[in-house]
Design a protein around this ligand. Structure first.
Ligand SMILES: CSCC[C@@H](NC(=O)CCC(=O)O)C(=O)O
Ligand SMILES: [Mg+2]
Length: 372
């Protein structure tokens, strides 16, 4: 395919409720959508990609304006220069540019969507995803009080979510977890995510979470604390899960070998794309390590692509692929719907969802067109 035009759309979508983690409170999702127009023989086809970088570099070093800049100045020109670009060659073409995995992922995603649409192939078909639905978990932000947390969890369980993930941070951890366990019983699939808020000095405190029979504890320590996570994993009985630390198949292999990750949260944007995400899935499966699909408050585009990825056999734990309405009253596409704790794996060409022009108009702040 020949990339003929790349449009960067800056959008802002209000959240239905504030989302508080150990490092930020979000009330809106600022996102960067890429629209790639490609020529395949004499046909023009369009593919969409979503950059999951946040507006501020608080989850990782990438941030929205920086991603737009590196795409405009350093990444897109390398793809425009190619007479025949494919999803499978994007990562290699962009490899000389160091880092910027979320920006690279969005580009690969847009090329992949266009490529699949030109072949009238679904992403699930491309991956070989056999499942028709995947279990849908929900990430619950830090609430104003423990009773508010219990009420919020109850609401999501009433909606039918298959698994609850609680955000925690120092001072807001044992009490809400104990209250949720007490209220909803031992059978509730429950896990926690600290977003790197603790250090190894907190090991004795974190070990007290072992009494709550959690599925896993996600990224308690820093992104670069691989050895420290392995040390903490030897102290705790709760399975250690990494998110921010796993930026590639290579770091996944390192984490598995040193015992820092018994479980891996796979986020395609964080690791540079869906193809690298599949490689991490395959690697983890070869080591008997469970994976699940994380979330970055994606719009329907990323949510749909994640649902197909999460249908692969190694995704044995419910992911953070909630319905669109968990975050958005209106999505940029037809909403991804959670029903009875499951989300359907899209079957249409490409990622199987279309950006609705009226929604793009409504949420778009600005756009710019790049040509080769
Ligand atoms: C702004 S926080 C985004 C990263 C966070 N994501 C979630 O908690 C899930 C969000 C979602 O359901 O999309 C994580 O560390 O796993
Ligand atoms: Mg996380």
């Amino acid at each position: 395919m020949k990339l003929t035009k790349l449009t960067l759309h800056r959008i802002e979508m209000p959240l239905v409720s504030p989302f508080t983690t150990s490092f930020s409170t979000q009330t809106a999702r600022n996102a960067l959508l890429l629209e790639a127009e490609c020529r395949v023989d004499d046909e023009l086809v369009t593919g969409w990609g979503e950059c999951v970088a946040m507006a501020e570099p608080l989850y990782s070093s990438e941030y929205l304006e920086g991603a737009a800049h590196v795409i405009r100045k350093w990444l897109a020109p390398r793809l425009f220069a190619e007479a025949d670009v494919t999803a499978e060659t994007v990562a290699g073409l962009l490899a000389p540019i160091v880092g910027h995995r979320m920006a690279k992922s969005a580009l690969e995603m847009a090329i992949l969507d266009a490529q699949l649409r030109s072949r009238r192939q679904s992403f699930a078909g491309y991956l070989g995803t056999a499942r028709k639905t995947i279990p849908s978990g929900v990430s619950v932000g830090i609430q104003d009080s423990v009773p508010a947390m219990v009420k919020t969890v109850g609401g999501y369980l009433d909606e039918g979510y298959a698994r609850i993930k609680l955000k925690i941070k120092p001072g807001i951890d044992l009490e809400p977890v104990a209250a949720v366990r007490r209220e909803f019983g031992d059978d509730l699939l429950l896990q926690v995510d600290a977003n790197a808020a603790y250090t190894l000095a907190d090991a004795a405190h974190l070990k007290r979470l072992d009494e709550f029979n959690l599925l896993l504890i996600e990224q308690p320590l820093g992104e670069e604390d691989l050895r420290q996570h392995a040390e903490l994993a030897r102290i705790m009985t709760t399975p250690m899960c990494l998110d921010e630390s796993i930026v590639s198949a290579q770091t996944a292999a390192d984490a598995i070998v040193i015992g820092a990750a018994a479980v891996i949260n796979i986020k395609p944007g964080r690791v540079g794309g869906y193809l690298e995400a599949r490689r991490i899935h395959d690697l983890a499966q070869a080591h008997g390590v469970a994976v699940w699909c994380g979330g970055m408050l994606e719009t329907g585009i990323g949510r749909a692509a994640n649902a197909a990825l999460a249908g692969l056999p190694g995704f044995t734990l419910p992911g953070d692929i909630s319905g669109s309405d968990r975050f958005y009253a209106e999505d940029i596409s037809e909403p991804i719907v959670m029903s009875d704790g499951e989300v359907a794996v899209p079957t249409g060409p490409g990622f199987g969802v279309d950006v609705l022009p009226e929604r793009l108009e409504k949420f778009r702040i600005e756009f710019e067109e790049l040509r080769g």
